[in-house]
Design a protein around this ligand. Structure first.
Ligand SMILES: [Zn+2]
Ligand SMILES: [Zn+2]
Length: 323
């Protein structure tokens, strides 16, 4: 079964690539991150500066934004030119077929907002007011602590982003996919972006799967037989049906595999971000709290589920309170 081996290798390769991208986008200060940093430093002696700016995760670059848009375009091109046409011929419900277009429109809007919205940059003008929004817990955040780069007092829950070069209020992480920090003022857009992206991928995968299922049912593949290399008649197994579909519709089966992996990764990451929002933690705090010794009890900033969600989607209310 050479085909299944190839498909398994392809799937594992995709998982590794997407996981690496997700890891880089989260940019946690883990030991693996410092390995990447050292590798980038080593490469800096060999490659010209313009090329380093393209791949470096420590420099703001639109490469991942472009990659994101290219992937969107490729998947929707495949959907529009192949799947949509076939599904229309099979008279699959039009609203069902148009759903992915509606969802990607919403997703692109939230993607744009994540890219361009000020994440909550701390400046000389607002450092005093932003320092009043959250209490210093004296565990992760200490009063009168200064950022050595910006030379400003660090408000509680802020962190300096080495990629953007400034401190960000309620810093979550620097996301290479939107080429911006995720902080107090755009975390709501980021959650909506993740949610709409997961729904878009899910709706696309559903149409792809319904199409392939229709093909199997209409051609009575489940009850069909084929003659193997020894000349014996065999009933079509699931593996043989998948192989047959792949040979007949290679791009559709490959794209469906890619979408299913994305659902798993986005579902997992989205659930984690939703949990952080509900408990009023940032990714940065979650990593830091995990590293605290067991004798330190970290209370965090949770104010209850509803207030936590309000803080995510109405950050300005909290800013006014602090002023
Ligand atoms: Zn700073
Ligand atoms: Zn940043």
């Amino acid at each position: 079964m050479d085909f299944l081996w190839l498909f398994t290798i392809y799937t594992i390769f995709l998982i590794i690539c997407i996981s690496a991208f997700c890891f880089l986008s989260a940019r946690s200060r883990s030991s693996l991150d410092s390995v990447f940093h050292r590798a980038e430093k080593a490469l800096s002696f060999l490659l010209p500066p313009w090329l380093q700016r393209c791949y470096s995760s420590y420099t703001r670059s639109g490469v991942f934004v472009a990659l994101h848009l290219i992937l969107d375009a490729l998947v929707f091109a495949e959907y529009t030119w192949e799947v949509f046409d076939y599904c229309s011929e099979l008279e699959i419900n039009r609203l069902f077929l148009l759903l992915p277009y509606t969802l990607i429109t919403a997703n692109l809007f939230f993607f744009y907002k994540c890219c361009v919205t000020d994440p909550g940059v701390v400046t000389k003008q607002n450092e005093a007011s932003r320092s009043q929004v959250y209490e210093y817990d004296e565990v992760l955040y200490h009063r009168h602590e200064q950022c050595h780069t910006c030379r400003l007092t660090k408000p509680a829950r802020s962190k300096h982003c080495s990629v953007c070069g400034y401190c960000v209020q309620r810093f979550d992480h620097h996301c290479v996919w939107v080429n911006n920090c995720i902080g107090s003022l755009n975390i709501g857009y980021f959650l909506l972006y993740l949610f709409s992206l997961t729904l878009t991928v899910f709706s696309l995968a559903a149409v792809f799967a319904v199409f392939l299922l229709q093909v199997v049912l209409l051609s009575h593949m489940m009850t069909a037989a084929y003659v193997d290399s020894d000349g014996r008649e065999q009933i079509m197994s699931i593996a043989v049906i998948i192989q047959h579909l792949f040979l007949t519709f290679p791009r559709i089966v490959f794209t469906l595999g890619f979408l299913l992996i994305l659902i798993l990764l986005l579902g997992g990451y989205g659930s984690f971000m939703f949990y952080l929002a509900l408990t009023n933690q940032t990714t940065n705090e979650w990593f830091k709290a995990k590293r605290l010794s067991s004798t330190v009890l970290y209370a965090g900033y949770s104010r209850g589920l509803l207030a936590n969600m309000q803080e995510i989607f109405q950050p300005h209310v909290y800013y006014k309170k602090g002023r």
